[in-house]
Design a protein around this ligand. Structure first.
Ligand code: FE2
Length: 417
């Protein structure tokens, strides 16, 4: 399934003459792993060569390499309290990986400021999907300005040069990275790439960037490129990186509101495949499924048990971000921004009497909101940042009489500090 978007090379502005095709100096082509004309190629119509560096590359002023504590190899379920992490830095420099695998990384970023003036970022090794838990602002890229707000997914393909500016005092992002492109679940589409009538999502509900006039500016424009396992190389262009007049292709940034995932209810338990919004890679052989647990009516069959049954997914690690505390199976354990990591080798379930209590929820709409990532044949590891914000007693949270985690508040320190 591929989306095709095309922007005219002559944007409708009073200065049309400056946008005429002869002003297009070159065509920059960015290709994915499928080759030169596959589903993932895209073309950017540029006025200045993207190769025109005016300074030798240098090491960036920050790094995004994942580090691991010695205890990371101990098998156990994890609960990370990301709501308690501070708001700091900008969307990229404040990014903290909390779990990491060979092909997937999940980070939290809670920026309190815009990226520095006229600086840019490009992830040269992984595609990115942000989930916006809080805040609003604009992602500016060579594809145009893309506005984001609370509760949207924000897809930024590998190779996109961008910056993040906030309109709110701060923001809170869950950032999912994959070596593979991240797309809507292909089983929802017909051969023409249109959502079928049974699909919980519709491809036309994505929001696209608005392409402003080209930036005809000379100077020094640093781009921090992530490459080589989270290392940052700063390359400096002699012209504005958005000196472009248009783009075309099948891979571009977009926004999708999580509430545009229209959940499917039925009389018995609705299992995760029906909550799937996106996938990355060749599911179920590699990559991951990304599911949205939106408000939805629980099963109404007289013998339905709305809470999920105890299970483990032998070939999947299960990662879940709780946007609120209304997710029935783990009520009383989770808080806003809780992130659980259940390795495939260990089972998980509702706790205590949660399954019994859930009987009262038959046929009722749950106000839950959560995002879940299931990897395929990829074991994730908790990172040093994840370890530092974990609830150390989580593995005991299924035991009777266990107290919930220490309440958040002034002076809260990492349990492992
Ligand atoms: Fe599960």
């Amino acid at each position: 399934m591929a989306f095709i978007a095309k922007r005219g090379t002559v944007p409708p502005t009073p200065h049309t003459e400056f946008y005429a095709i002869p002003n297009v100096l070159a065509l920059e082509e960015i290709h994915g792993s499928y080759g030169f004309s596959g589903a993932w190629s895209r073309k950017i119509h540029v006025r200045s060569y993207p190769t025109e560096q005016v300074k030798p590359p240098e090491r960036g002023g920050f790094a995004l390499e994942s580090e691991f504590p010695p205890e990371a190899d101990l098998l156990q379920p994890y609960h990370m309290l990301t709501g308690r992490l501070p708001f700091e830095k900008d969307a990229v420099r404040g990014r903290k990986a909390i779990v990491h695998g060979p092909r997937t990384t999940v980070s939290v970023s809670k920026p309190a400021q815009d990226m520095p003036h006229d600086t840019y970022f490009r992830n040269g090794e992984r595609h990115e999907m942000y989930f916006v838990q809080e805040g609003e602002g604009v992602v500016r890229s060579e594809y145009g300005d893309l506005r984001f707000r609370k509760d949207v997914y924000l897809s930024i393909p590998k190779g996109t040069t961008y910056r993040v500016d906030l309109d709110s005092e701060h923001a809170w992002f869950l950032v999912i990275e994959s070596v593979y492109p991240i797309q809507f679940a292909p089983q929802y589409f017909n051969r023409s790439g249109q959502a079928t009538l049974m699909s919980p999502i519709v491809e036309t509900e994505i929001e696209l960037p608005d392409l402003p006039p080209f930036r005809d500016e000379r100077g020094e424009f640093p781009i921090d490129v992530k490459y080589g396992g989270g290392k940052i190389t700063c390359t400096t262009l002699g012209h504005h990186p958005f000196d472009v007049v248009g783009w075309e292709g099948a891979l571009y940034p977009f926004v999708f509101d999580v509430r545009s995932h229209h959940g499917i209810a039925r009389e018995i338990h609705t299992a995760p495949p029906m909550h799937q919004t996106f996938q990355s890679g060749n599911v179920p052989n590699n990559g991951f499924s990304l599911c949205s647990f939106v408000p939805l009516m629980g099963g109404w069959h007289p013998k339905e048990v709305p809470a999920p049954y105890a299970h483990y997914n032998a070939d999947s690690d299960e990662l879940m971000f709780f946007c609120n505390t209304q997710y029935g199976a783990r009520k009383g354990v989770i808080e806003e921004g809780s992130f659980t990591f259940h390795p495939g080798a260990a089972p998980h379930s509702p706790q205590g009497k949660a399954a019994e209590k859930s009987l009262a929820e038959r046929g009722k709409v749950s106000p839950r909101l959560a995002v879940m990532l299931d990897t395929y044949f990829e074991s994730m590891r908790i990172t040093t940042h994840g370890w530092a914000c974990r609830d150390p007693d989580y593995v005991l949270s299924w035991a009777e009489g266990r107290a919930p985690p220490q309440p958040a508040g002034e002076g809260w320190a990492s349990p492992s500090a």
